[in-house]
Design a binder for this molecule. Structure first.
Ligand code: IPT
Length: 943
């Protein structure tokens, strides 16, 4: 079973934190991670490839290998992923008439071959990479008529092979289970799979569920029955949009109940490869997002943007642990092959839908039960007719009933082997099991208060000892011990060579099942064991990352969020326990565990962080363009009169598309020069969903505007018209200054070149004397354009406003001449842009993990737009009138947790009354004592 989570390394640009994320995946039972690589970030300039920092594929593979995760690699060339251009470098926009086609011959000049070469040495079993994806959701059946698509797919596959990726399967993620590239022919991949987002991206309706599909198996049988059933992207969360719901609502939509019901429906179809998109979402720092979403990419994923663990991770841990401990699951027959089936006939309640899978080798039965319809959200009580080896067909429980909550699904087993023992049947679910010193331990769970009945095969009539919360009692008949009761806390029954742990679901999720570290040098041994069961069970801590046996001592590492009671279930040869290297005072508990207390260090709970209100700020006006005699002679003259882009200019002689002049991201200043008696101007400004603009004539403010969060055609365009007054005009040269931002480049989801959608001024027209025209237009974009010198923070990090062009956002900038009597809390009283700079130091202990966030406050009355630059990294775009996000975590490594930090905030006030920040503070997203890695140092980047 490949239990995989999606993570885009470039969305966490502090590579020293990758290990933390992957260790959290691993601890939760994931055995694989799936990654995209982004061509546009990797190769912003012709001939230059940057496999450095957040694009360092080999470093990532090495970390995954060290942690013990397999890797599914998805290098595009097109990736979508809600990224700028969907992965295409915008410098290529004019290269071909139709981008994603064979005629364009994308593959010959794209980065995919070089990624393939990078990846080849890490193919399994030398390294962790088990599959390579060709393209992404490429083509639908209706697009098949576009010539060249299949040849393009084949070309990518051939290229991957030529580049040395010969030992792993090529894969494809079909948009729908429509069999694209599953059938013999051009572009066919080795391992076909499909994607599914059953609840779409409707975080506005966070409790609305759709019905479950019962067709997974049928689709699998139709397209590729000889291959494992693979879901290469399965909904793990949802993106959100400007002014839309906060990610807490996306989490609510795709929460632990969703994970429980929808993923178990996948297992009921015998899924063998499942990748949850996203499992860690990260951040759309530095303009790497497409325009449809905001700068958080939290995605409501199991691991939050600030790397803290959500309850969904608990649910996934329970599922993954069970699947790994149950090799019979992978040996089950198909639904409907005569011995197994699905429907309502298994239960005495018509409301219960059951899928029965049977693994003949050990005669194990799996029953996946759920509500027949998701419209029913109340509890259902039922009995289930099951097959057993010992008693034939019986109804369970024998006394009482099974309770299924409204949004719950259970996997119930019969004749389930654990070590040398057999679970005859159970109405509680199995989390995992282990055999420690000949004692078979199994962990079973149900929701708090649910009645369970559990029957374990015994030899004769052994004496049973029950300890802990004692929520269950035992009945002994010859050869069978039956436990029953309402689940609460942790109860432990010991008999024969067996220990049965029955926990409520919440208590069960506090179990960690680490594998004992091996000393094997190749690191590959992590991937192999069957069944994959733990070698020790640890209950209590917030996170357990590793367990190593040193003589009679069990050395544990992990994280705490509070003082915690720890229980260690291990072999009798383990006499003592260390936590993070320090001895833990343990004694043998009545549960059979070694029990002790891990104290939360005071040095960590009392860490102080700066109050941004009381530190020194300096400010500067960032619109010198409004000064009467600004010299713009060295600006780029935007004098193209034609463009090959599908979207043609709507009016005016010159093409004012920023990308035509090498400026692809961030914000820009446009200056149109004219002389004569104009009475006004009409403009069409295009910046993507929810973009903003302000226009000025000479020094006078004309007006501002902001786009909407949705539009039908994937373009957000505002068409303001301004009248000039006589006092605004000058004799001779007049300058119309337009500042605007882009919320990111479009993607090319439908293979129709949408990524070429321009940003800039789509059209313009001076009003007044007949024939009056602008003489020249000029633009200021990011420093260096496509040749931007900052190869670390990458091609999209900066825009073209004054402060960015002079490098005031960079840590080495000397702001000492700036004004010191201003703060962002005072703000400005006129429209325009002010930048505020400050520095502060942090002193967070090495053994602490304290994710920090900048918190702002929404303000619709005085709309403003804010960029937050942290040590030179544009980490956030905030739109006060739209939001929704107002709290912005910034990872350690971008923030220096042990030393100085340089922060620049740009405040763009849109209305004539100006704007100020009513709130700007640093907050802690959590306080953990942590063994994440020895150090996370500040990412080295130009000053
Ligand atoms: C799927 C894409 O493959 C992926 O890149 C990402 O964009 C995801 O959607 C949504 O976050 S496409 C799927 C919606 C059919």
């Amino acid at each position: 079973m490949v239990f995989s989570g999606e993570f885009h390394p470039f969305r966490l640009p502090a590579p020293e934190l990758w290990k933390d994320v992957l260790e959290k995946f691993k601890a939760a039972g994931f055995n694989a991670v799936s990654v995209y690589w982004h061509w546009g970030l990797t190769s912003p300039r012709e001939g230059e490839i940057r496999f450095t920092e957040h694009n360092d594929a080999q470093k990532f593979y090495q970390v995954a290998k060290d942690v013990g995760l397999l890797v599914i690699v998805r290098p595009g060339p097109y990736v979508n992923a809600e990224t700028a251009g969907g992965g295409r470098p915008p410098r290529l926009d004019d290269e071909c008439a139709k981008f994603s086609s064979y005629e364009c011959n994308t593959i010959s000049f794209c980065v995919a071959p070089i990624f393939a070469q990078q990846t080849a040495p890490f193919q399994y079993p030398d390294g962790p990479v088990i599959a390579i994806q060709s393209e992404n959701e490429y083509a639908t059946t209706s697009q098949q008529h576009i010539p060249g698509l299949d040849e393009h797919m084949q070309d990518i596959i051939d290229t991957m092979r030529e580049c040395g990726l010969t030992r792993i399967p090529t894969i494809h993620n079909d948009k729908n289970p429509s069999g694209q590239y599953a059938q013999p022919g051009q572009g066919k991949v080795d391992l076909y799979g499909w994607d599914g987002y059953p609840l779409g991206f409707d975080c506005d309706n966070p409790s609305r569920w759709a019905e479950l599909s019962t067709a997974h198996d049928a689709n699998h049988q139709r397209w590729n029955p000889a291959e494992p059933l693979a879901l290469f992207e399965w909904q793990g969360g949802s993106f959100s949009y400007w002014s839309g719901p906060d990610y807490s609502l996306c989490y609510q939509l795709i929460n632990e109940q969703f994970a429980n019901v929808y993923y178990k429906n996948n297992y009921a179809a015998g899924v063998a490869i499942q990748n949850l998109y996203m499992t860690y979402g990260g951040t759309n720092w530095g303009n790497l997002h497409t325009h449809t979403l905001y700068s958080s990419h939290d995605y409501g994923a199991a691991l939050r943007e600030d790397r803290t663990i959500s309850p969904k991770m608990d649910e996934l841990k329970l599922q993954a642990s069970f699947l790994h401990a149950s090799p019979d699951y992978l040996l089950v027959g198909r639904i409907g092959n005569g011995t197994v089936g699905q429907g309502t006939a298994y239960s005495d309640s018509p409301d219960i839908y059951t899928t029965h899978l049977h693994a003949p080798q050990n005669d194990v039965n799996f029953y996946f039960v759920r509500q027949k319809t998701n419209t029913k959200t109340t509890d259902t009580s039922f009995t289930l007719r099951v097959n057993t080896t010992l008693e034939g067909t019986i109804s369970i429980p024998k006394s009482g009933s099974i309770a299924l909550a409204g949004r719950e699904s259970k996997i119930l087993v019969t004749n389930y082997p654990f070590g040398s023992s057999i679970l005859h049947y159970s109405t509680a679910e199995v989390m995992t099991w282990a055999t420690l010193d000949g004692v078979d331990i199994i962990v079973l769970y149900a929701l708090e208060g649910q009645h369970v009945e559990i029957a374990v095969v015994a030899s004769g009539r052994p004496k049973v000892a029950i300890a802990g919360s004692r929520a269950i009692s035992a009945t002994t008949t010859n050869g069978l011990i039956t436990f029953s009761g309402s689940v609460s806390g942790i109860s432990v029954a010991t008999f024969d060579n067996k220990r049965v742990i029955v926990a409520d679901k919440k208590s069960a999720s506090s179990f960690w099942a680490p594998r004992l570290s091996t000393s094997s040098a190749d690191g590959v041994s992590h991937y192999a064991p069957t069944p994959d069961v733990p070698s020790v069970l640890v209950h209590g801590p917030y996170l357990v990352r590793s367990a190593t046996k040193r003589g009679q001592t069990l050395a544990l590492t992990g994280d705490l969020n509070a003082t915690t009671t720890i229980q260690v279930f291990a072999g009798v040869d383990i006499r003592s326990v260390t936590w993070g290297g320090a001895p833990v005072n343990v004694r043998r508990s009545e549960l059979g565990s070694l029990q002790g207390v891990l104290s939360f260090p005071r040095s960590i709970s009392t860490v102080e962080i700066p109050n941004l209100q009381s530190i020194q700020w300096r400010c500067a006006d960032s619109l010198p363009e409004l000064e009467p005699n600004l010299d713009d002679t060295d600006w780029v003259v935007t004098n193209k009169t034609s463009t090959t882009r599908p979207q043609q200019p709507s009016a005016g002689k010159f093409v004012l598309y920023s990308s035509e002049y090498g400026f692809h991201a961030g914000q820009w200043v446009w200056r149109g020069h004219f002389s004569g008696n104009a009475t006004g101007v009409q403009l069409s400004i295009q910046g993507g969903f929810s973009f903003g603009y302000s226009a000025f004539l000479n020094t006078h403010f004309l007006g501002s505007g902001q786009g909407s969060s949705h539009s039908q055609d994937g373009v957000d365009i505002l068409s303001p018209s301004f009248n000039f007054t006589q006092d605004q005009l000058r004799d001779g040269d007049n300058v119309l200054t337009v500042i605007h931002d882009s919320t990111g480049m479009n993607q090319d989801y439908n293979i129709n070149d949408e990524h070429k959608t321009p940003r800039g001024i789509r059209g313009y027209q001076l009003l007044g004397d007949n024939g009056i025209e602008f003489d020249t237009w000029k633009v200021a974009g990011n420093f260096g354009g496509e040749n931007a010198p900052d190869a670390i923070r990458g091609p999209y990090n900066e825009g073209g406003w004054w402060f960015e062009r002079v490098g005031a956002h960079l840590p080495g900038f000397d702001a000492s001449p700036w004004n010191t009597s201003c703060t962002p809390y005072q703000g400005r009283s006129t429209p325009g842009v002010t930048v505020y700079r400050t520095s502060f130091s942090l002193n967070i202990p090495h053994d602490a993990d304290i994710p920090l966030a900048f918190d702002l406050e929404l303000d619709k009355i005085q709309p403003h737009r804010v960029l937050i630059y942290v040590n030179g990294w544009q980490f956030r775009r905030f739109i006060s009138s739209l939001g929704p996000q107002a709290s912005f975590p910034v990872p350690e490594g971008i923030l220096n947790h042990r030393g100085n930090n340089e922060v620049l905030i740009s405040l763009w006030a849109l209305n004539s009354g100006g704007a100020r920040l009513t709130k700007l503070e640093l907050s802690k997203r959590g306080t953990f004592s942590s063994s994440k890695t020895a150090t996370v140092s500040l990412v080295k980047a130009p000053n």
